[in-house]
Structure formats: C-alpha cells, structure tokens
Design a protein. Sequence first.
Length: 215
Amino acid sequence: MKSTIDHLAIVAPDLDTGCAFVTGVLGVDLQPGGAHPRMGTHNRLLRLGPELYLEVIAVDPSAERPKRPRWFGLDQLAPDSPARLATWVVRTDDIHAASASCHDIVGDVEPMTRGTLSWQITIPADGSLPLGGAAPTLIQWEQATHPASTMQDKGCSLVALDVFHTDPEKVRAVLTAMNFSGPVYLHTLKDTSTPFLVAHIQTPDGLKALPISGA
C-alpha cells in the first residue's frame, strides 16, 4: 500500500467565487468539471501535473439536496463566505487498508461518480473535514488513466503544501498509516488557532502561494 497527493480542494459558496479566488492568485482560468449527483455539488478544475490537480467545489443549486451531509463541510458555508483552500486529497492503491487505522478521522469509504469517472472516497458521516482539513481525504480511482492527464495544461504545478495544525504529530500519524509520501510539510500552531493550508504553486508568472482564503 502506498499513497500520494492527488488534488487540492477549494470550497466556496458558488463556483464563480471560488474560481475568482484561484485566478486572482495564480493568474490562470479553471476549466469546467462536472456534477457529483450523490453529493449535490459541482466543480471546476486546474491541472497541476499529469496526476495532480486543483478543484473548486461548491453546492450545485440545480441539484437535489442529498439525504446525508455534503462532503468538504459545504453545508456549513454561508452564502457570503470567502473561498478558501479547505483540504487536500490523497490517492491510494488500497483505500480500505489505508483508511482502516484512521477511520475515526477520515470516515467511511463511499462510491462516487462524476460523468464517466468513478472512484471510492472517504467521507466523515457528518461531512466535516478530517482534522479541520489538515488530514487528507482518501481517494482511489477506478480508471487506469488519471483524470488530470486529460485536463488542459495551463503551466501550473504544485511545488509544496504547508499544513498548519495544533497537533502536527496527530496529522503525521495519519499520513504514516496511509504510507504517504510527497512534498507536504507539517507546522505547529498555537492551541487557539484553526488549522489551515498554504499551497505553493509554480505558474507561468512564477511561484505563487495560494493562501488560506480569498477574504
């Protein structure tokens, strides 16, 4: 079993708000994604490598509300909330083994689809972010070809991801359980601080830091 970073998730009250945040920082536009029928959400996408991407995800106003909480804490977003880099997703070749020792943090393995794509992903029962977004969600694609390989290449790539949490050793234990490797660096926060991420992304205009939010 092994795992590595798969994608970054920007949450926003709507896709336009999320995309404006990303484009304002990185200077590139995102491409259309699709809808997630089981979650009542939709997304837009930016390739960060042949097997790595960024997604802006939001509630789909045209979709029926799901019978369970939406993922990525989207049900808790107010209409005027700023877009923010909420969490990250790790790809594994054995999602059940990878999640077994950290089930209480990452949640159950659920089947999911978007158009012709299908995958399995971990989602806490209450739709919350694992360790406030500091610990990743797990994903296992059912396609041999990674979806990022077919996305438009805008000349962007992930250089590093900084993860800030009051108990970084707890995050480290989760990553160890997943047998994770990748350019992710853990940092200690004061006890009163809220976990957050900063992504360092190479763009056509140089290295940019995608901050906590677009507030």
